[in-house]
Design a protein around this ligand. Sequence first.
Ligand SMILES: Cc1ncc(CN)c(N)n1
Length: 215
Amino acid sequence: MNWSSGAWSRIEGIYARIESMSFIKELMAGTLPLEKFQYYMVQDAFYLDQFGRALAIIGARVENVEDSLAYIRFAEGAIVVEKALHESYFESFQLKDKGQIEPTCHHYGHFLKSTAALDGIEVAMAAVLPCFWIYKKVGDYIYQNQQSGNNPYQKWIDTYAGEEFGELTQRAIDITDNIARQSTEKQQQAMTEAFITASRLEYEFWNSAYSLKTW
Ligand SMILES: Cc1ncc(CN)c(N)n1
């Protein structure tokens, strides 16, 4: 069995809880209060900045040149493509003040950057994987189950349910599985721990947006 299949089986409970979160249900129905989506977007702009840097650190550290290039491209994608989605929402909300980073985003971003910089490269790759994989799953889940055709959050849904994001996700899974094959059992366990932590933080990220959590 690939490392990724085993790791995903460890987060099935967390993922099931994500699908049934109020934030996700209301996003799917298009009824999520704008205030909660705006909070999420502001925090996510801070998040993407940190996620992009974590990916760039991995790109700089990984030995294989093709893998290095892949992570550098992932970093570019997070900063350019996903941020463009945010900019379009900021524009339509006429949001000028980009606010401040709140506790969950602060914790998650720093977890990713410190793991990318200080842990084994295989652990760093495992830590960033839920950021791709959970979003792809959630995007597909919403896309396949949404009822209303007039959803203000459709652009967000289409981005993560889209083919392009699916290809990036698969590439990240494949590279991480490949490095897991070259890792010891102890290293693989550390990878799984990092994968679980990041998945918990994905849950907390949406949860904190729903409760508008501040310092
Ligand atoms: C918190 C979070 N995690 C993941 C993604 C998708 N890269 C995102 N935009 N925001």
